[in-house]
Design a protein around this ligand. Structure first.
Ligand SMILES: [Zn+2]
Ligand SMILES: [Zn+2]
Length: 319
C-alpha cells in the first residue's frame, strides 16, 4: 500500500496530522496497544514477543541496512520498540584522532563528526540524514525498513525521506544562551533530528503523540518527510540515564535519570541542571534531561509526555 506523498514547502514545523490521510498499512499480529495516552507516558516494560513482530515485517527481500551495527536489547516499550545498542567501533579511531572523547564516541557511525579548531570557537560539525536506525511504519511498504505497526491515531502523511543535516556544535559550550529551542534543537545519537515540545499552531503536540511510530518518532507532515523526535526515543532511552544526543548549544541531553539511576531533579526551565555525567564523570557540568510535561490544553488536558527539548538553549549557538 502506497501512501500519497505531500511535499508542501512550508516552514519546518511539526503538526499533528491535519489532512484526511489516515491510512497506514496494517496487518495481523500487530502487538501495539492503543493507549489514549500515546507514547509520551510510556515506560519501559519487560521483554515481550514484540521484537519478533518487528522482524517479521520486512516488506522486501533484503535486510534493513539502516539497522546495521545495532543490536536489540530486551528492553521493549509497550508498542514493541526495542532499545538498541549501537556499535560505533568502526569510527572510533577516526573520532579519537580528532580529539573527541567521552559521549561523543557513542554516536552511531551513521553520524559524521568533524572537529574544526581553526576559528575562535572550536566546533564539531555534525552531519546525518535524520533517518532512524530501525524499522518504521513511515517507510514505504516495499522498503526493507518498513514496519507493519499501526499508529494509535492519525498517521502523518509523509514518508521518511533522507535529509542533509549539517549543524555546528560548540566543542566547549558556554552559558548565556537566549535562543528558544526550535525544530532543529539537536541531533540524537542515531542521527535523527531532535525537535522541541511544540506542534505548529493550532495543533496540539499531545495529539501528535498518537501519530508516532513504535519508537516515538514521525516524519514531518509539512516539510518533505524529515523524521524527528519530540519525546523520549525508546530505541535510545527508556526511563534510564542513556545519552539521547547533543543539542545545538553543545550540551548533551540524557534520559530521565542520572548516572546513579535516580530521576533527575532540580531541573531548570530549560530542562537542564549541573552534575556529573558519563561524559564528565569527575567534574559537574551542565546537561539536559528528557522532561515530563503535562498538557494544559483542552482536549488533551492532563496528558503527560517526556519531551527532549523544552524552553531555551542554556548555551550560545554558533551562528
Ligand atoms: Zn513532529
Ligand atoms: Zn543530570
Amino acid at each position: 500500500m502506497r501512501r500519497i506523498f505531500f511535499a508542501i514547502p512550508l516552514l519546518m514545523a511539526c503538526s499533528s496530522a491535519t489532512t484526511d490521510e489516515a491510512t497506514v498499512a496494517s496487518s495481523s499480529g500487530d502487538t501495539s496497544t492503543t493507549s489514549t495516552g500515546g507514547q509520551g507516558g510510556m515506560s519501559a516494560s519487560s521483554a515481550s514477543d514484540a521484537s519478533s513482530s518487528m522482524s517479521s515485517s520486512t516488506g522486501g527481500a533484503s535486510e534493513c541496512t539502516l539497522a546495521a551495527n545495532t543490536t536489540a536489547t530486551d528492553v521493549v516499550n509497550g508498542f514493541g520498540c526495542a532499545r538498541l545498542n549501537r556499535d560505533a567501533s568502526a569510527c572510533l579511531a577516526a573520532r579519537t584522532a580528532q580529539g573527541l572523547t567521552g559521549d561523543w564516541l557513542k554516536f552511531s557511525c551513521r553520524v559524521k563528526l568533524t572537529v574544526d579548531t581553526s576559528g575562535a570557537t572550536p566546533f564539531v560539525l555534525v552531519e546525518a540524514d535524520s533517518r532512524p536506525d530501525y524499522k518504521s511504519n513511515y517507510f514505504e511498504t516495499e522498503d526493507a525498513c518498513w514496519d507493519d505497526y499501526k499508529v494509535p491515531g492519525k498517521a502523518t502523511p509523509n514518508l521518511i525521506m533522507p535529509q542533509t543535516i549539517k549543524t555546528k556544535v560548540p566543542l566547549t559550550p558556554s552559558g548565556g544562551g537566549t535562543d528558544k529551542k526550535t525544530n532543529d534543537a539537536g541531533v540524537a545519537v542515531n542521527g535523527v533530528w531532535i525537535f522541541n515540545d511544540a506542534a505548529a499552531p493550532p495543533d496540539d503536540i499531545y495529539k501528535a503523540v498518537n501519530s508516532f511510530d513504535r519508537c516515538g518518532g514521525h516524519p514531518d507532515p509539512q516539510n518533505g518527510g524529515t523524521y524527528h523526535y519530540h519525546i523520549e526515543p525508546n530505541a535510545i532511552s527508556s526511563d534510564d540515564a542513556n545519552l539521547v544526543g547533543i543539542l545545538r548549544d553543545g550540551y548533551f541531553v540524557y534520559g530521565r535519570r542520572d548516572g546513579d539511576n535516580s530521576l533527575a531533579t532540580g531541573l531548570d526551565v530549560n530542562g537542564g541542571h549541573t552534575g556529573t555525567t558519563t561524559h564528565s564523570p569527575m567534574t559537574p557540568v551542565y546537561h539536559y534531561h528528557v522532561v515530563e510535561q503535562t498538557s494544559t490544553t483542552a482536549g488533551t488536558l492532563g496528558q503527560k509526555a517526556w519531551f527532549i527539548a523544552i524552553g531555551k538553549f542554556h548555551g550560545q549557538l554558533l551562528k
